[in-house]
Design a protein around this ligand. Structure first.
Ligand SMILES: Cc1cc2nc3c(=O)[nH]c(=O)nc-3n(C[C@H](O)[C@H](O)[C@H](O)COP(=O)(O)O)c2cc1C
Length: 217
């Protein structure tokens, strides 16, 4: 009833050079908060989401949905609702420590990029899977699975020269309402995507060196 098939092996001639080149590309990724108004074709968005959908997932439940929003009215609605949550966050809900840690990034309760970016991708977790009647409708390791899929989406966007922001206006329940999500879906993250604004600025911050994040045993 359940079968196996041969694995398709893709092994480059120079794996270290290939890996180093990928690192260089990914090391240039930054969270961008200023976007150009130049359109991004839907075909490009579809390709990024297809890559995200290649992620591994607990028991292969693929517990994700990617809602790609380009409609200006819907983007405005999302901005308005996100800014309402962010105002409550910056003016009381956030702890002192959290605000102190956000200071170097320079963010505030204004989110113009939610209208300026040509696309907003809302990543949703699906808490039920009823595709296959031979299997249960349960899902497993949903945060891990959807987090990996989101990482692949960000990597695919970077590979295509697009800028992204990982945005988490908290709480994100309003996104479920804006998108008419089902009762089994929960917003996970909101990703504005577009070409970076030519004058985009990013916080002057460093990544941890490899020796601080790697231990070899
Ligand atoms: C889970 C998560 C949530 C984040 N939420 C926000 C957010 O709500 N607003 C924002 O401006 N940046 C947000 N960020 C972006 C971080 O500030 C950013 O990744 C970090 O400062 C490192 O910068 P870099 O992405 O340019 O390397 C978030 C990032 C992650 C991974």
């Amino acid at each position: 009833m359940f079968t196996q098939r041969p694995h398709q092996i893709l092994r480059p001639q120079e794996p270290v050079a290939v890996a180093d080149a990928f690192f260089e590309k990914m090391n240039a990724r930054r969270s961008v908060r200023q976007f150009s108004d130049e359109p991004v074709p839907e075909a490009l968005i579809r390709s990024l989401i297809a890559t995200a959908g290649t992620a591994p997932s607990g028991a292969n439940k693929q517990p994700w949905r990617f809602a790609a929003v380009q409609d200006p009215a819907l983007k405005s609605e999302i901005r308005c609702a996100a800014e309402a949550e962010e105002q409550a966050f910056y003016s009381g809900r956030a702890s002192e420590d959290w605000l102190r840690d956000l200071a170097p990034i320079g963010t505030n309760d204004q989110k113009p990029f939610l209208e300026e970016a040509p696309w907003l991708i809302v990543v949703l977790k699906r808490m039920r899977d009823d595709r296959d009647e031979r299997l249960s409708d349960k899902v497993y390791y949903v945060n891990e699975s959807v987090g990996i899929a989101t990482g692949l989406l960000l990597a695919a966007a970077q590979h295509a020269g697009l800028a992204t922001l990982t945005h988490t206006p908290s709480p994100m329940g309003f996104l479920a309402n804006c998108l008419g999500a089902s009762e089994h879906e929960r917003p996970f993250v909101l990703i504005p995507i577009g070409w970076p604004h030519p004058n985009a600025m990013v916080p002057d911050q460093e990544r941890k060196p490899l020796d601080d994040i790697l231990t070899i045993h």
